[in-house]
Structure formats: structure tokens, C-alpha cells
Design a protein around this ligand. Structure first.
Ligand code: BV8
Length: 249
């Protein structure tokens, strides 16, 4: 992996760095992506499952799909790509991570300056009371699970047609607007409003770097497009950053 000196210069530790990730960062942990050849959606049409209507009409089917995904994620470990991003949080004093992933692997890798902007499938929300609780049962004890109040519990994720959490969105717009460098990893950049974050950062003068195993709709927008697997590219990038700035700000 050839990484230019110009690129490493952009990763000076004094920079405000934001990382934006999608399902591609978890692919090497064995978690299927959404739109790839082994994509999650391939077996199911997204309209059938990740929407409020689907849950309203068939909560059992929607929960069987999430229970299946939770089973896969429970067996998964953070990969070197997750670990590299967790280390970046230690190197850059002004660092923030926005992930579209609901698998919780970034937190397990050690990131804490993070927004899980599409939620987390280890959290369940009561459809009546709105209370949220953690639940790590694999498989789930009841499908669909219910709240003590008797109402259904749903995955605490953002489905298509649902608005993102206002605070998460406001915080994301803030860090995206302020950052010097945006590193976009493993996303097909099609799902809105997150897919617009790279353009927003670019318009505010940020340096954009993309890591993906193939070109995406934002590849023509970014300053550096690093084609390769996140689990290989990110550790190589981190190694060069640490070498270049050992002990310096
Ligand atoms: C919203 C949580 C306002 C659930 C997800 C009609 C009606 C209503 C809305 C819309 C509409 N038309 C359009 C919309 C907007 C819609 C949207 O964007 N649709 C798209 C499909 C066009 N957005 C919404 O509905 C959002 N809300 O707009 O609210 C509103 C409200 C009411 C009415 C109108 C508007 C909510 C979107 C959130 C949906 N929830 N997930 C769950 O996960 O169960 S989205 C889902 O897609 C995941 O979060 C995922 O992260 C996200 C994005 O996908 P990616 O992460 O990019 O994954 P993908 O598989 O696509 O790509 C993987 C990439 O990795 C590829 O590029 C691949 O090359 C790369 N890769 C693979 N392996 C590797 C790799 N790269 C590096 N290394 C590797 N090893």
C-alpha cells in the first residue's frame, strides 16, 4: 500500500479528525454488508424488514432477522480496522467517530468518542413507553420480545422512513462542519442523510480520504481514495502516522 507523504502530512495530530464508517469496516469481522455480493439485503428486501411498516405488520419476521444478525455479531470480534480507528482516538486529541453500523464493534474495540447514528441492535426500545434497555441474549428468549408493560420491544435502530435522533444529527453536523480531515471507511454512501456528510465536510474545507475495497459515488469527491480492505489499509496508515509524528504534535 503506497501512501503519499502529502497524505501523511494531512494526519498531523493537531488536526481535527472525524471518521465515518459503514458496514465495510465490519466485513472482515465476518459480518455481511448490506449491498455487497453477500449483502444482508440480498436474502431479504429492505422494505420487508428495516421499516416501521414491516415491524407493524410482522414483528415476528423482523425480529427473526435481527435475532439472526445478533447471532452473527455475537460471534464476531473487532478486526484490525476497528483497532486502528480506536488507536486514532488516542493519537488525535480532537477526534470523533460517526458510525452507521448497529453492531457495536467500534465500542468493543475501544472507541468512546462515537455516535452510533443508526442505533445499536443490542438495545431494545419499548414501543409504548420509549424506554431503552440493553439485551445480549443470543438467541432471544422470546420472539418478538415484550416489555414488562406488555407492549412490544423493537430494535433501538433507525429504520428507513424514520428520522435520525435530533441530538445525534446536530452533533454530527457540528463535527462534520468543524473537521480538518474526514476519513470515510467502508460505506457505499447511498443512505441519506449520512451520505451527504462527505460533501458537507468538503464544502467546509476539510481534506477527504476514503478507504473502500472499490470506488463509490463519493470517490470523485475525495482528495485521496485508498482502494483496499479496511483491515489492511487502516493499520498501514496508522503505522505511518505514528512513525511520522512520534512524540510530536
Ligand atoms: C430519513 C439501521 C428523514 C437498521 C439503516 C422514501 C421514504 C422514506 C425515506 C426515504 C425515501 N427515499 C429515500 C429516503 C431516505 C432514506 C434513504 O437514504 N434511502 C436510500 C436507500 C436511498 N433514508 C432514511 O429513511 C433515513 N431517514 O431520511 O429520515 C425522513 C423521514 C421520513 C420520511 C422521509 C425522510 C434513515 C436511514 C437509516 C436506515 N437504517 N440501518 C439496520 O441496520 O438494521 S441503513 C443501513 O445502511 C445501515 O445502517 C448501513 O450502515 C447503512 C449504509 O450502508 P453501508 O454501511 O454503506 O453498507 P453497504 O453494504 O451499502 O456498503 C458497504 C461498503 O463497504 C461498500 O462500499 C463496500 O465496497 C465496502 N466494503 C466491503 N468490504 C470492505 C469494504 N470496504 C473496506 N474494506 C472491506 N473489507
Amino acid at each position: 500500500m503506497e501512501l503519499s507523504d502529502n497524505l501523511i502530512r494531512e494526519f498531523r495530530p493537531s488536526k481535527k479528525v472525524v471518521v465515518l464508517t459503514g458496514a465495510g469496516i465490519s466485513a472482515e469481522s465476518g459480518i455481511p454488508t448490506f449491498r455487497g455480493e453477500d449483502g444482508l439485503w440480498k436474502r431479504y428486501r429492505v422494505e420487508e424488514l428495516a421499516t416501521p411498516y414491516a415491524f407493524q405488520t410482522n414483528p415476528k419476521l423482523v425480529w427473526e432477522w435481527y435475532d439472526w444478525r445478533r447471532g452473527i455479531i455475537a460471534e464476531a470480534e473487532p478486526n484490525p480496522g476497528h483497532t486502528a480507528i480506536a488507536e486514532m482516538e488516542q493519537i488525535f486529541p480532537d477526534f470523533f467517530l460517526i458510525t452507521q453500523n448497529v453492531d457495536g464493534l467500534h465500542r468493543r474495540a475501544g472507541n468512546s468518542e462515537i455516535i452510533e447514528i443508526h442505533g445499536n441492535l443490542w438495545q431494545l426500545r419499548c414501543v409504548k413507553e420509549g424506554t431503552v434497555r440493553e439485551n445480549y441474549h443470543v438467541p432471544l428468549l422470546d420472539i418478538p420480545p415484550t416489555c414488562e408493560c406488555g407492549a412490544l420491544l423493537r430494535p433501538h435502530v433507525v429504520w428507513f422512513g424514520e428520522s435520525l435522533d435530533k441530538e445525534d444529527l446536530a452533533r454530527s453536523y457540528n463535527v462534520i462542519g468543524e473537521c480538518d480531515l474526514l476519513l470515510v471507511v467502508g460505506t457505499s454512501a447511498v443512505v441519506q442523510p449520512v451520505a451527504s456528510f462527505p460533501l458537507m465536510a468538503k464544502r467546509r474545507g476539510a481534506f477527504l480520504v476514503e478507504v473502500n475495497k472499490e470506488p463509490t459515488p463519493i470517490s470523485s469527491l475525495v482528495d485521496e481514495s485508498l482502494i483496499g480492505k479496511a483491515g489492511e489499509v487502516l493499520p498501514a496508515l496508522l503505522g505511518l502516522i505514528k512513525e511520522a509524528y512520534r512524540g510530536r504534535q
